[in-house]
Design a protein around this ligand. Structure first.
Ligand code: FAD
Length: 456
């Protein structure tokens, strides 16, 4: 049965270690969560299959940098770690679009002081681990979990060790072992969806000791069914990511021969050839990875609970996966306080109350792919953005664009998603070829207010 009472079993007969709180996975979410829980006075042990990233060379594969925004920052502030990373962040104040002719267009993300930040995944992870360790969290690297007894809350590792825990929190990512074990239980819902696109990273080296492109933007080459993006790194390089179908007429599969790759870049990304002279070698050598959305419910069973990607992996097009996982941690702590850290209640409460938001950001992220790769180059879309900026300026208490609600506020994702749908309905009433600087705002706001009232 899901969400039964938390009981601390003593397995003294077999000398099995008895943990108070075990966290599975020392990725971004697990290491932040560990330090937050430790700060409340609990004993925390974190188990990670990888070698300590502070002492080992990081293998490629996952994204090298990430966009950190308000929700993530708030959680880092709560943990008292934000000040240690903020000087390493590179602000990105908008999208810089590269068209087929190499012309550049800029679209701000929000108001002047609103921006997202490029951060090194590995740098942030290392910092979070050190921070948690300094607070007294016990990290166990090279501990790959191979089995979990959910009824007894016992985790077993490849090295033959097993450990019993009062509470087990699974932040072991999109391919979570804890989730796999839950899947075998009655009434556990699980949905996994791979999109038809994968991704490949390419590195753009610095030029003359500095950035080869303007660093304070997220660069996008929108090309309809696919796109290339680039985020800046502190060493003045950019990490570029090509989101591209696995199969079909134009796809990773269709670009097996070098001359096809060259022809593709010459046609679709002519300005990139000069910026990444070794693009061909990188294209051939670098891994192609897949993109998955995972939805599950409930997130808890007995004394164990999923958190972060383990419960709700999403595609990266809203730049919110890590931010949502960090927000999970903040809410978990806030709700924990309210419930007096009654773990039995907390696991169930979190699982029930966060689910709608996880589903909403999963949908928003999928929708944003279409916006980024296709619509950002579309005149009507750009004009709507201009009208939205005017609305936000004229009616700041009523109209907050969807991107701002998701990226620069704490509004629950599910609420932002609902309001965004109503805003879209209002914008759909704009006639073809409207002039964004002359559209009358009052009728739009009236329509929006009516829709909001109806929705209540
Ligand atoms: P993970 O980071 O996956 O960490 C899980 C940890 O568990 C890992 O350290 C793993 O080694 C460990 N583990 C797994 N299995 C076991 C096991 N059996 N035993 C022991 N340990 C185990 N998010 C953003 O907010 N902004 C972005 O710009 C952004 N860009 C992205 C770009 C790409 C291409 C991708 C793929 C994702 C992006 N994300 C972004 C999403 C972000 O990477 C994830 O949401 C985030 O890493 C989730 O953190 P996590 O700790 O839950 O999982």
């Amino acid at each position: 049965m899901f969400g039964t009472s938390v009981t601390f079993l003593r397995n003294s007969s077999n000398n099995m270690p008895q943990n108070e709180i075990s966290v599975l996975g020392a990725g971004l979410v697990g290491s932040l969560l560990g330090s937050l829980i430790k700060e409340k006075g609990f004993s925390v042990d974190v188990y990670e299959m990888r070698t300590d990233p502070r002492s080992s060379e990081v293998k490629g594969g996952r994204s090298i940098n990430l966009a950190l925004s308000h929700r993530g920052i708030r959680a880092l502030q709560l943990a008292g770690v934000y000040d240690q990373i903020k000087n390493e962040l590179i602000p990105m104040k908008g999208r810089r679009m590269h068209d087929l002719n190499g012309e550049l267009y800029t679209q701000p993300y929000g108001k002047e002081h609103e921006f997202i930040n490029s951060v090194s995944r590995n740098g942030l992870n290392q910092l979070l681990i050190s921070h948690a360790e300094n607070r007294g969290v016990n990290f166990h690297f090279d501990h790959k979990c191979t089995d979990i007894n959910l009824d007894e809350t016992i985790i077993s590792f490849t090295n033959g060790k097993s450990v019993h825990s009062k509470v087990l929190l699974g932040s072991d990512g999109a391919y979570s072992m804890l989730r796999q074990k839950m899947e075998h239980k009655d009434r556990f819902n699980f949905q996994q969806h791979y999109i038809e696109h994968g991704y490949k990273e390419l590195r753009m080296e610095p030029r003359n000791g500095t950035f080869a492109m303007e660093p304070n933007f997220l660069h996008i080459w929108p090309r309809g069914n696919f796109m290339l993006i680039a985020l800046p790194n502190p060493d003045c390089s950019f990490t570029c990511t090509l989101f591209f179908p696995f199969e079909g007429h134009l796809s990773f599969e269709s670009l097996r021969e070098p001359n096809k790759v060259e022809g593709f870049f010459k046609h679709y990304f002519p300005d990139v050839i000069d910026l990444i002279p070794d693009y061909l070698e990188q294209f051939q050598q670098n891994a192609t990875s897949s993109l998955v959305t995972i939805r599950t419910s409930p997130w808890c069973y007995n004394n164990s609970m999923l958190i972060g990607d383990a419960g709700h992996a999403i595609v990266p097009f809203y730049g919110q996966g890590m931010n949502a996982g960090f927000e999970d941690c903040r809410l978990f702590m806030e709700w924990g306080e309210k419930l007096g850290f009654d773990w039995d209640k907390l696991l169930v409460f979190f699982s029930q109350h966060r689910k709608a938001d996880a589903d909403a950001i999963a949908d928003l992220a999928l929708n944003n792919f279409i916006e980024m790769r296709d619509h950002v180059a579309d005149e009507r879309f750009l004009n709507i953005k201009k009208v939205e900026a005017r609305l936000q300026k004229a009616y700041p208490d009523i109209w907050l664009p969807l991107y701002s609600m998701v990226t620069f506020s704490d509004m629950p994702y599910s609420q932002a998603y609902k309001i965004g749908k109503l805003q879209k309905e209002v914008m759909n009433t704009l006639e073809e070829g409207f002039d964004p600087d002359r559209v009358e705002l009052q009728p739009l706001i009236d329509r929006f207010n009516n829709l909001m009232q109806d929705a209540h």
